[in-house]
Design a binder for this molecule. Sequence first.
Ligand code: MG
Length: 400
Amino acid sequence: MTCIVIVVGAGRGSRAGEGLPKQYRTIGGETIVRRCLKAFLAHPDVSAVCPVIHSDDRDLFTQSASGLDVLPVVLGGDTRQSSVFNGLSAIAHLEPDYVLIHDAARPFVSQTMISAVIGALNDYPGAIPALRVVDTLKSSRTGDNQRLIDTTRSRDGLWRAQTPQGFRYGDIMSAHEQCASEPGHSNKHSDDASIAESCGLDVVMVDGDERNIKLTTPADFERAETLFGQLEIQRESQRETRTGMGFDVHRFCPGDHVILCGVDIPHDQSLAGHSDADVAMHALCDALYGCIGGGDIGAHFPPDQEKWRGVASKVFLLHAAQQVLDAGGTISNLDLTIICERPKIGPHREAMQGALAAILGLDASRINIKATTTERLGFTGRAEGIAAQAIATISLPLGD
Ligand code: MG
């Protein structure tokens, strides 16, 4: 099953105030359209995302979508309906089974809602999220005083439609084509479900979400900032902090340098080991594996396997970091202690910190490297080898 999402953001959004089209305004430091794109790209059932934008907004969009893997932009038409039609036509060659059509001004679309809409398409040609109308409905008089009530309408059986609206691709494409051929078509339909309905397609309503608001007025943006703050707190409460520790020792052997955190340090001996004997990186690997219950470095890279002979320990560290990433984790900080009488670590500390930061894609401020001696006591004191200890702290989504 392939499902492509069309994110429609070709409007001017003049009601939102300020000069910028509303989909390019930011909430919590990220533009609204970027939040939409990220929500769909994160969903496992979404194959691709097709943005439909206004021709004046190319630069704004390029900035907003920086680093995101979306389909080439499609330019919108004069109306929402024609913009969606352009998007549908542009993805025809990809032959999707399903298409979801989403307003770029609804940044709070949830993964649950995307799943519900896609799931319903197994049984119906169309599916939209909707909320029952709970307020009493009034219609106003026409003429001079439009604030005067004409009558009270029944709210029975009335729903408010949201997006993403999902359809079987062939059905909605035919419906759009049919509507596009009608005279005066382009302003008639304010959503895609109404186009499907007008062609006799069954469209089912799944649970909408009050938080999935369409940002329209300045007041909506104020509400959105509050909502964003609440969601951030909720997201944070759904994560836990994990800690892991690592310890490693390598003995000295004849040589002229040691490798610590990937940095060559001149010394009158080297470290013996199956790989490059980077004792510091090995301790860091075990600390990272420890955070996720991932065993130890020896389990992943057995020292009796010839293929790991002489290999740069960066390979091991990248593996450990990838395992953390695969578990949904992010590294909060790493704290490393190197224990030896010599070589002096201080002059190389910054280079080691920089090397780790580059390998792990971390800010150097999250990596601390300490060194100590054991007052000439024990094997490190007798300069028989180097020991290293590491502690890693990561943030991980709470498990089931
Ligand atoms: Mg080792």
